[in-house]
Every structure is written in structure tokens, then in C-alpha cells.
Ligand binder design. Structure first.
Ligand code: FMN
Length: 394
């Protein structure tokens, strides 16, 4: 039996690359256009340094915090991602891992597992929605999530339907039938361990069960995507309406500008995620960590400001918290872990992050993540991007 434990997220990614069929791996890498944003999301963290102390360090460090009303053991949440064919247990495995490590999880409305199963595995589940279909459709999705026990809503509005990639997009089938299985056989047979997992559990049907009422058959991912493309993007007033439909924590994900953050507060949200969708969107958007400080300064005292994009190690989490984030969300890091070793792989990723956060706190002489500040960081001139300051709000 090979040792499936890994010591860094980078190694989990290498394992995922080896284990997954090329097109599934390519779907996780994602990115858009020339990859400027996806690259900057990780590169920006390498520009930030630390200013450590040498003595008087704290023997005990407290990593726990609260976000969107939930107590979590460290400032990390799982970001919602459409997981699909990475692992047969999909989001349920991720939910179990997150629960085992005391953190919450965002569940994509394009996920492969029903919200009822995921919320049962992790009571700190936030249901993520896009603006798809009619107001009644969206109310019904929220109602289903509420009944399932979801503790909050994440609304993601930053998707810009950018489809080209200079490194080529993977071919993803709409559904898996005999004809498709034959077409993908040469690629899939080269990954026997991944295939064996699915043969035991049943091949993925690539449908999205949370887009319809419980018990109904969900559309395929591409079916739902088509409906999304035909839905006009919402106004700020419509966002405020959606917010009123949910009595509890409500996050707007994808905010990059100060003026948008202020309008989100006006619309009544209780949290935002400073995010560029992991670089999968409008290429040329700067790294989210560069936009974080200005947004956190503007609205951090009123709502929870979360960051996602480019988090690959515990020290990245510490940098984000020092720049004003209440917590971070991780996308690809958890997907690499899931692909590499299922639930245990996601737990492995979370353990790496926890130990990295703890190690950075020790070096910085901090006893709690709440003590972190800009003073702990080396921030090069010109690092920040203060977007939407002084411009007239639309
Ligand atoms: C394969 C993939 C699928 C994603 N699907 C969703 C989704 O369904 N909903 C959503 O709000 N964000 C989605 N995202 C964006 C993530 O929630 C998150 O913003 C991003 O992955 C953070 O960057 P990171 O991967 O560098 O951590 C997806 C990202 C990836 C890589």
C-alpha cells in the first residue's frame, strides 16, 4: 500500500495530476485567457514577506475564530467548487474532512452531491448560488438549502463567461453514456486507480442535483450552465431582494473594488469574499490579495471580509489575515487533496494549513490570529491595488 500522505499542497497537486485523467485535471486547473490573473493570485503571495521576532515568542497559539456566525478552529473555509468527477465521494468527502477539522464549507450549486447529504456531514455548510433562472427558482433553491440545514448563503456574481485558454480547455462530456465512455477510454484507462474508485461507486452522471427540488432529477452541468447564460445579471436592487429572502448570514463572493464593497454593505450582506474566482474569469483582474487591504479598511468593521484566491500554505493564510481578512477560503488546495486521497487528502491539506499558520504565528511572536497586523509583514511598495476608490458608484 503506497503512502498517500503529502507534506505540501504542491505535492498534493502533483499527485492529483498523476491520478486524474488529463481532462479532469485540466478542469481543476481552469484559469482563463492568458492566465494573468490565476498566476498573479499565487505570485502575489510570494512578494509578501514576514518580520519575525527571535525571543519572547508565545508557547501557545490560538487559531480559532468566528466567520458568518460560525465558530471555526482556524481562519479557513472550503470555497464552493463544482467538484464533479474528481472523487466518487465528491463534496461529501470534503464536508466530512472539513467537519473533522472543525471548519465550515461552501457547497456549490453546481456540486455533484445533494445539499442534504453535505449539510448532514458538516453542519457548518454554506450554500452557494449563482443568479440563474427566475426569482421563484432562486427562492426554491434557498428554501431547499434552508430545510437541509445550511447555515448561510454565498452568492457568487463575478462570473464573466470567459471560455478560452491559451493552454487549451479540457473536453468535458455532457453526460457519461456508452459512446462517451468509449471516446474517453484511452485517456481514462491510463488512470486505473481513479477509474477503480468510480467503478466501485458508479460512474458520475455529471448532473447538478441542487438546481432543482429535492427528489427531482437535476439538469446536466452544461444544461444548468446554458440556463445561467440566458439569465440577465442582477442589479444591486435585485441582490438586495435576494438578501432579504435569507434570514441569516449572507456572503457576496467576488468583490474586488471598494465601491462595490460599500454597495454590498448597503444591500445588506453580512460578509463578502474578496475574490476573482480563482482567476477563472475576467483575465487581467489583479490578485485578490492585492485588493484586500483597501476593501478591508473600507468595510471590515461592518461585515466579515473573507479572501479567496491563491492560498496554498498556512503562511498565505497568515498574510491574508494580517492584511485584514477575517478568514480565507480555499478552492484548488482542497480539490488537489480530494483528488490525491479523498477525505484523508482534504484533511491532510487542512493539517498542512493549520501547522503552517501555527508556525508563522510562533515566528511572529503572536499568541492569536487576532493579533496579526500589517506590522508583521514586509509589503513591497506598489503591492496593493486600491480598486474603486473615488470613482462614482454605478
Ligand atoms: C474547478 C473550480 C470550480 C469552481 N467552481 C465554483 C463554483 O461552482 N462556485 C463558486 O462560487 N466558485 C467556484 N470556483 C471558485 C472558487 O470558489 C474560489 O473562488 C477559487 O478556487 C479560489 O482560488 P484558489 O483555487 O486559488 O484557492 C471554482 C474554482 C475552481 C478551480
Amino acid at each position: 500500500m503506497p503512502n498517500l500522505w503529502f507534506e505540501t499542497v504542491a505535492i498534493a497537486q502533483l499527485r492529483a495530476k498523476k491520478r486524474l485523467p488529463k481532462s479532469v485535471y485540466g478542469a481543476l486547473v481552469a484559469g482563463s485567457e492568458r492566465g494573468q490573473t490565476i498566476d498573479d493570485n499565487t505570485a502575489a503571495f510570494t512578494e509578501l514577506g514576514f518580520a519575525p521576532h527571535v525571543a519572547g515568542l508565545s508557547a501557545k497559539r490560538d487559531l480559532s475564530t468566528t466567520v458568518m456566525g460560525q465558530e471555526i478552529s482556524m481562519p479557513v473555509l472550503i470555497s464552493p467548487t463544482g467538484v464533479q468527477a474528481v472523487h466518487p465521494d465528491g463534496e461529501v468527502a470534503v464536508a466530512r474532512a472539513a467537519a473533522a477539522r472543525g471548519i465550515g464549507m461552501g457547497l456549490s450549486s453546481f456540486a455533484s452531491k445533494p445539499v442534504e447529504e453535505v449539510a448532514a456531514a458538516n453542519p457548518k455548510t454554506f450554500f452557494q448560488m449563482y443568479w440563474v433562472g427566475t426569482r421563484e427558482d432562486m427562492q426554491a433553491r434557498m428554501e431547499r438549502a434552508r430545510k437541509a440545514g445550511a447555515v448561510g448563503i454565498i452568492v457568487t456574481l463575478d462570473w464573466s463567461f470567459s471560455h478560452g485558454r491559451d493552454w487549451g480547455s479540457p473536453t468535458i462530456p455532457d453526460k457519461i453514456d456508452v459512446k462517451t465512455a468509449m471516446r474517453f477510454a484511452p485517456e481514462v484507462l491510463r488512470h486505473p486507480r481513479w477509474l477503480a474508485g468510480f467503478l466501485k461507486a458508479g460512474l458520475p452522471d455529471l448532473s447538478v442535483p441542487n438546481m432543482v427540488d429535492r427528489g427531482q432529477t437535476g439538469p446536466t452541468f452544461f444544461g444548468a450552465y446554458g440556463q445561467w447564460m440566458q439569465s440577465a445579471p442582477p442589479s444591486w436592487e435585485e441582490l438586495a431582494w435576494l438578501r432579504q429572502q435569507w434570514d441569516g448570514p449572507f456572503m457576496l463572493k467576488g468583490v474586488m473594488r471598494v465601491d462595490d464593497a460599500l454597495r454590498a454593505v448597503d444591500a445588506g450582506v453580512s460578509a463578502i469574499s474578496v475574490s476573482n474566482h480563482g482567476g477563472n474569469n475576467l483575465d487581467g483582474t489583479p490578485a485578490s490579495i492585492r485588493a484586500l487591504p483597501a476593501v478591508a479598511e473600507a468595510v471590515g468593521s461592518q461585515i466579515d471580509v473573507v479572501l479567496d484566491g491563491g492560498i496554498r500554505r498556512g503562511s498565505d493564510v497568515v498574510k491574508a489575515v494580517a492584511l485584514g481578512a477575517r478568514a480565507v477560503m480555499i478552492g484548488r488546495a482542497s480539490l488537489w487533496g480530494l483528488a490525491a486521497n479523498g477525505q484523508a487528502g482534504v484533511e491532510n491539506v487542512l493539517d498542512i494549513l493549520r501547522s503552517g499558520i501555527d508556525s508563522a504565528l510562533l515566528g511572529l511572536g503572536r499568541s492569536s490570529i487576532h493579533e496579526l497586523s500589517r506590522d508583521d509583514l514586509l509589503i513591497p511598495d506598489g503591492f496593493e491595488r486600491r480598486l474603486g476608490i473615488g470613482s462614482s458608484a454605478r
